[in-house]
Ligand binder design. Sequence first.
Ligand code: HEC
Ligand code: HEC
Ligand code: HEC
Ligand code: HEC
Length: 491
Amino acid sequence: MRRIQAPLILVAVLLVAAWAAWPRYQVARTATPTAGGLAMPARDFSWQGSISCASAACHNAGGPRGSRGSEYNTWITYDPHARAGSVLYGERSKQIEKNFRGLETLQDARPERDSLCLDCHVSPHVDRLSHRTRLSLEELVQEGVSCESCHGPAERWRTEHYRAGWRQLRDRQRQDNWGMTATKDLAVRADRCVACHVGAPGREVNHDLLAAGHPRLNFEFGAYQATLPKHWSEREDKARYPDLEARAWSLGQVVSARAALELLVGRATPPEAGKEDGQRPWPEFAEYDCFACHHDLQGQSWRQARDLSRTGAGAPKKPPSGILPWGTWYYAMLPELPGASPKVLADLQNIKGAMQKPHPNRKAVAKQAADAAGELGSWAQQLVRRTYTDEAILDDQFAAIARDGGPLAHGSWDEAAQLYLGLAALYHAKGDLHPRQRDSRLRAYLVTMGQMLAFPLPGGVKYDSPEEKGYGDRERQFHDALQQIRHRLGQ
Ligand code: HEC
Ligand code: HEC
Ligand code: HEC
Ligand code: HEC
């Protein structure tokens, strides 16, 4: 089963790599976001540091990757989160910091001290944590995104969670009374990820930070969870959620969109005069389809994607005259999801209309986005309980996406990528539930779609551009593969 799944997962890895494939640039601008953010667990317990989890008898047994008792080994060896802090000491981070803060020299750049970076590369509110921990700020930064960034500060539960009696506690009790995050609950889990991978007001990767050199954040919970080297048992996770891939995908779509709308509220809220954040840019370019501005070719094709990726040459000479498509990444698939209420979809259309005007009204957008975020919150709560274990539901969802996918396939790169990720997640879920019904032809078409989206990485260079040759042809090949899928389904 594992072997059969490998090719598609591989494509997803490529995609994830592709998402980081933005160039380096020399643009210096400043912006000072506000402090804001994610609710901490019910109480502010202190941090113990990953080293306190790392005894051989606990989570550092030195066994194979992902095996029980070797969570620390797996994380420190394979998980990109373990280097999320040390990356801040590197040349690239210094360059980003220098550009973003408008500093004179690289030596002046101290991203490892910038709470904006630390909020995502270590933990939200890390400066607050450092007051209540036995670790120094340096030690915290070196740990990167570590055990407690996801599982919650361990002050109270460290010496309890292996005792008799702990097992009887419900997830919610562990979270509220002891500070341990209920990561088994998929909604809570996705919530943890989006705190850093989508952002929140004051904790964001805006266009100034992108232009300073930060990779774009294109989070999709299903794909990111699938590609993360796991220190937990996937088998147990799938025993808990037999439809894991499908459920994580649909729930992740809604949770990510909710976080993106909350972020939009922060961006749209007019800054208070005299406050530090008086410069908050509006409209915020990161809300729009990157390729709408970053191109110098005519026509609506992914061909345009090329130009952004060429180092230094990607910046548009002048602002575009046409309509800027808003929200091509986070909201593309919502109409396809189970339980999409007409009201939510209409509200999103209204926000889109407002954002696509030449001068979006800040206050109106902030209000509309706050309302829509609330609605998405309730929708997510429904989706947690919705299962895809019924084969007919799974097949119908797959068929519906394939049927409605034409406009997305011809839309932006963002929309095509979301379409592909949705189909791939449902395909995987079906294969998990009914291993004998895997359809190798479908898989081949999906692999083609993924390949058409991926930015090739010749010579293993991570930050590189799409291949010049033949890139414009990819949209057609992507659409052909979708057509083949539809034929196969008898549509
Ligand atoms: C909203 C959260 C957020 C903020 C704020 C943020 N980052 Fe990041 N950063 C991320 C995420 C998430 C990734 C991984 C992106 C991916 O691959 O999907 C990342 C990736 C990076 C990378 C590439 C890492 C690699 O291994 O290739 C660098 C370098 C980086 N960030 C530096 C910075 C610096 C410097 C700052 C502060 C000026 C900063 N980041 C602020 C979330 C953030
Ligand atoms: C990026 C977030 C993240 C980080 C960082 C992280 N974990 Fe996890 N961990 C999870 C998720 C998600 C699960 C799967 C859900 C579950 O089993 O709770 C999990 C599962 C586990 C489990 C299995 C629990 C069970 O009941 O089977 C253990 C043990 C664990 N993690 C320990 C650690 C340790 C130790 C570290 C640090 C070395 C760590 N985790 C770092 C997110 C994270
Ligand atoms: C505290 C902030 C934070 C949390 C919480 C978090 N991440 Fe991350 N994640 C990061 C940062 C920062 C990076 C970039 C690390 C680097 O490359 O240096 C990253 C990298 C990744 C990558 C690798 C991306 C790439 O381009 O290779 C994956 C996959 C990922 N995270 C998945 C998840 C998932 C799934 C969750 C939730 C279970 C999660 N993360 C929770 C901050 C976070
Ligand atoms: C409304 C038009 C517009 C949109 C939409 C837009 N950008 Fe930009 N971008 C610009 C302009 C203008 C510049 C040059 C000035 C500056 O740095 O802000 C630029 C500069 C950049 C640079 C620096 C390029 C260089 O060579 O100096 C990067 C990287 C970048 N943008 C990435 C993105 C990404 C990623 C997105 C989508 C999330 C995006 N942009 C969306 C207009 C846009």
